[in-house]
Design a protein around this ligand. Structure first.
Ligand code: GDP
Ligand code: IMO
Ligand code: MG
Length: 413
């Protein structure tokens, strides 16, 4: 459900890759990357922006809040990071102020059924894309077209805002003026990124496609409707970047040694007790984007296996193993008991069953010692190694990296 430490994987791979491409989502994502003593939080920029030899790319599948984009660029530049290599797809969609407004008002109207979105306008921007009334980056360079598109998008929205939501109508000119203010600064970054990336692959360059969110937040494969509005799974990497599936060689999934979720929706291994609070405190599980406390629970091997399947995972990066060092016993979910008494070891077909699924646990003995200084697999205590090996057996793909702390060097390869 996100926040596994995905930002760290592109950072670790930094010197092996030439391009790092965000392919889905927008500034609902929040990746924290720790380099030496410096901590960076990026929401929209690809994590590769922190590696000087990597060209960061925002792909066509991303929705861009331009104020956030330039805010993030300015923040990194002030901290001495060179962002001048950034390339933005001409086909990416733009999040306008009305998308943020509708996201927030829509959630309020859902009441108890709300999704708990980040309020960043993500869903409404993707809705407009699918409804073919979206505004794309390239539209900013044709004022006449931009005005037409914003007008068309606002026509039904203003009816909704005024008549249903009891809000003020939004003025087309104000939106157009705001968007045009970014156009000049944006223009030099904009390219046909599908062409750029395919040419790079033809030359033998290595391209990393970086997801925001997670498998269970994917609009097709996640816990719908408690999901985000894009394809965060591996298939989305192709459509969101303009690279064909035949060119993908490896699918790396980042998974946490326990589970967290922000926002509403089912979560079978959620702990609403002292252990949940302990995971939250030790794991510092508070949202990078909204600051909300994350819901915490044990590792769910059914979900890991499901993720391995729908993404065609070649290998897993297991993060935050160090957070489990303080537990005597560590349960792992190996199946679900459904209300009719049956036990299954795959994701149930329906949401109703998933909502009522009770975890079946297998328990593993803890190791109760600090592992944050470990640098090789063999440095780990025996029980930690056994825990990892058991998870690997259950999760459907080999583990290639184990994280024992937030820093770059706290990774066992
Ligand atoms: P993302 O959204 O998947 O990129 O993850 P977030 O950045 O939202 O949350 C992951 C957090 O875990 C960040 O604060 C990382 O610095 C931190 N982190 C990553 N790997 C490890 C690890 O192996 N151990 C610990 N303790 N923290 C980690
Ligand atoms: P990273 O990339 C965790 C969740 C929100 C909400 C749902 C829909 O840091 O892992 P949205 O604003 O996308 O319409 O909200 O999705 N969500 C995330 N949860 N990590 C994320 O990103 C998330 N991006 C969206 O909390 O439940
Ligand atoms: Mg995050």
């Amino acid at each position: 459900w996100g926040d596994e430490g995905k930002g760290k994987a592109p950072d670790l791979l930094g010197d092996q890759i030439d391009y790092c491409v965000r392919f889905n989502g927008g500034n609902n994502a929040g990746h924290t990357i720790v380099i030496e003593d410096e901590k960076y939080a990026v929401h929209l920029l690809p994590s590769g922006v922190l590696t000087p030899s990597v060209t960061p790319v925002i792909g066509n599948g991303v929705v861009i809040d331009l104020g956030v984009l330039f805010g993030e660029i300015d923040m990194l530049q002030q901290r001495g990071i060179d962002t001048s290599r950034l390339i933005v797809s001409a086909n990416a969609h733009v999040i306008a102020s009305y998308h943020r407004t509708i996201d927030k008002v829509g959630e309020r109207f859902l009441g108890k059924a709300k999704i708990g979105t980040t309020g960043r306008g993500i869903g409404p921007a993707y809705s407009d894309k699918m409804s073919r009334v979206g505004v794309r980056v390239q539209d900013l360079f044709d004022e006449k077209i931009l005005r037409q598109k914003v007008e068309g998008a606002l026509l039904p929205k203003n009816q909704l805002l005024v008549k249903i939501y009891n809000r003020a109508a939004i003025d087309t000119s104000a939106v157009v003026t705001e968007l045009l203010e970014y156009a000049e600064r944006l223009q030099p970054m904009v390219q046909d990124t599908s062409l750029l990336l395919n040419n790079a692959l033809d030359r033998g360059d290595t391209v990393l496609l970086e997801a925001g969110q997670a498998t269970l937040l994917d609009v097709d494969h996640g816990t719908y409707p408690f999901v985000t509005s894009s394809n965060a799974t591996a298939g989305g990497a192709c459509t969101g970047s303009g690279i064909g599936p035949t060119r993908i060689e490896r699918v790396i999934a980042v998974v946490k040694a326990y589970t967290t979720r922000v926002g509403a929706g089912p979560f079978p291994t959620e702990l609403e007790d002292a252990d949940g609070e302990k995971l939250r405190v030790i794991g510092a599980e508070f949202g990078t984007t909204t600051g909300r406390p994350r819901r915490c629970g044990w590792y769910d091997a059914v979900i890991a296996r499901y993720a391995a399947r729908v993404n065609g995972v070649t290998d897993f990066v297991l993060t935050k193993l160090d957070v489990l060092s303080d537990f005597d016993t560590i349960p792992v979910c190996v199946g679900y008991r459904l209300p009719d008494g049956s036990v299954i070891d795959e994701m149930p077909m329906t949401q109703t069953d998933f909502h009522h699924a009770h975890p079946v646990y297998e328990e593993f003995p803890g190791w109760r010692e600090d592992i944050s200084e470990a640098r090789e697999f063999d440095d780990l205590p025996k029980n930690a190694r056994k825990y990892i090996e058991a998870l690997q057996d259950m999760s459907g793909a080999p583990f290639s990296v184990i994280g024992v702390g937030p820093a770059r060097d706290q990774s066992l390869l």
